[in-house]
Design a protein around this ligand. Structure first.
Ligand SMILES: Cc1cc2nc3c(=O)[nH]c(=O)nc-3n(C[C@H](O)[C@H](O)[C@H](O)COP(=O)(O)O)c2cc1C
Length: 216
């Protein structure tokens, strides 16, 4: 353990792959998000659509987990999951949330913050219907974030729902759906040499985006 801890302490990467200059930053941060996401897709960054979702409960205690970005348009970022889960409870108590993408191959990080609402049922239905059958069964079988006695109990529930829906269409469970975060803050981080990174932020001010650079 001591060796591992020593090893971790000594790990050091310099970031040399790019830079972010104001002249390359459009007025609208959503355009820059799309351009960077496109770069990440073109570069075949693994799990490019995986983002950290940070939420807080009503006492202000934070929690974070990875979810997949599924749709995005005009500063709106959609993700899906179980409405009985811990994140769902926290979003009920406190709709402020943060998203984070880290694409190591590009030495880039994007932070996005805003308010979250439930996504319309129509969108959740469309996304759920497009999922593989096994994922749909999983959504029925999983009481996400609740205590589970054993792996066997989960597998039994999966088998029960497979029987129940055998030969039938699988509808979206009412406790499964989407959320949409409406961004009012973005930060684009490009790693640079000697920790002198570029950080360009955008904050919604009234109805205009204010852009500024912050210290690394
Ligand atoms: C790569 C990856 C993708 C994931 N995608 C989702 C997702 O889209 N929706 C989701 O609810 N959980 C997703 N999860 C699982 C979550 O990280 C988490 O375990 C789950 O949502 C329960 O979190 P909660 O108890 O805080 O609500 C993903 C996990 C990983 C590692």
């Amino acid at each position: 353990m001591k060796n591992l801890s020593e090893k971790i302490k000594q790990l050091r990467e310099d970031f040399l792959k790019g830079s972010l200059d104001e002249k390359d930053c459009p007025d609208n941060p959503f355009e820059l998000f799309c351009a960077w996401l496109d770069d990440a897709v073109q570069s075949e960054v693994p799990e490019v659509q995986a983002m950290t979702l940070a939420t807080c409960n009503k006492e202000g205690k934070p929690s974070a987990r990875i979810v997949y970005l599924r749709e995005f348009e005009h500063h709106q970022f959609y993700f899906y999951g179980n409405y009985g889960s811990r994140k769902a409870m926290e979003l009920e108590e406190n709709p402020h949330a943060a998203l984070l993408f880290f694409w190591p191959d590009l030495e880039r990080q994007i932070r996005i913050e805003g308010m979250v609402n439930k996504a319309p049922d129509g969108l959740a239905d469309a996304y759920f219907n497009a999922r593989p059958r096994e994922s749909k069964i999983g959504s029925w079988a999983s009481e996400q974030s609740r205590v589970l006695g054993s792996r066997e109990e989960l597998e039994k529930r999966v088998a029960e729902y497979e029987r129940k829906f055998s030969g039938k269409e699988i509808p979206r469970p009412e406790w499964w759906g989407g959320w949409v975060l409406k961004a009012d803050y973005y930060e684009f981080w490009q790693g640079r040499k000697s920790r002198l990174h570029d950080r360009i932020c955008y904050r919604m001010n009234g109805d205009v985006w204010k852009r500024y650079r912050i210290f690394p």
